[in-house]
Design a protein around this ligand. Structure first.
Ligand code: PLP
Length: 225
């Protein structure tokens, strides 16, 4: 079974109503499926694994904007730095410095989001709210030119309780608005405008709570094995 283009159209209509962007999450899916979705007009794709991304990227249109949405190891930054258009999962100063280093080397300002831990599960990656504030301020004061912090990213708890999910998204939006108002050298306020939250199971709640970017995989591409 290939991608569901009717669902894709519905998602595009829905996200545009909220002026939000759609990231089509193509992890584990073949390049043929990505091509189908791209030819239907979707240009932003999200991948979780560096090796998989490096295998797919050269086989597909260079008009695709690749987002890295998984957990990124510092030693792998160099492979994606030349072409990645947004890294969603910055969760440490060390990783941010590594991205900056490659940005400087390549003479580009690599766009990133700071990942905040909003779920109740212990296992998920991400910064605490306080670490996130501190990291943002640090980037500004150090004037890192190889990296640009465009916003925040978060994943809600895996739960059927929509009230919990809503509360977590609302908290992240609040932090986003707060950080957006911090004056920062490297990141003018207009630069900090992206809030990546919401997946297949919870994107509607995320949009209602002020998401500007949803990351949707299985709803478009079908379930993963
Ligand atoms: C896999 C993944 C998604 C998409 O999940 P679906 O439930 O398939 O929509 C979104 N964000 C992240 C970080 C992911 O790893």
């Amino acid at each position: 079974m290939g991608p569901d283009l009717i669902k894709l159209d519905e998602l595009l209509t829905e996200t545009s109503r909220y002026k939000a962007e759609l990231v089509a999450v193509s992890k584990t899916k073949p390049v043929g499926d990505i091509m189908t979705v791209f030819e239907h007009g979707q240009a932003i794709f999200g991948e979780n694994y560096v090796n998989e991304l490096l295998e797919k990227q050269p086989q597909l249109s260079d008009k695709i904007q690749w987002h890295f949405i998984g957990h990124l190891q510092s030693n792998k930054v160099k492979y994606i730095a030349p072409f990645i258009s947004l890294i969603h999962g910055i969760d440490s100063y060390k990783l941010l410095l590594e991205v900056n280093k490659h940005g400087v080397k390549l003479n580009r300002s690599i766009e990133v989001l700071l990942q905040v831990h909003i779920a109740s599960e212990e296992t998920k990656f991400g910064l605490s709210e306080q670490e996130c504030r501190e990291l943002f301020i640090r980037v500004g004061s150090e004037k890192l030119s190889g990296v640009r912090v465009r916003g925040l990213m978060g994943m809600a708890s895996f739960t059927d309780d929509q009230l919990i999910v809503r509360k977590e998204f609302r908290g992240l939006r609040k932090l986003f608005d707060e950080i957006k108002s911090i004056p920062s050298g490297n990141n003018s306020a207009s630069d900090f405008n992206t809030l990546s939250m919401g997946m297949s199971s919870d994107y509607q709640i995320a949009l209602e709570e002020g998401s500007t970017m949803v990351r949707i995989g299985s709803m478009i591409f079908g379930n993963r094995k």
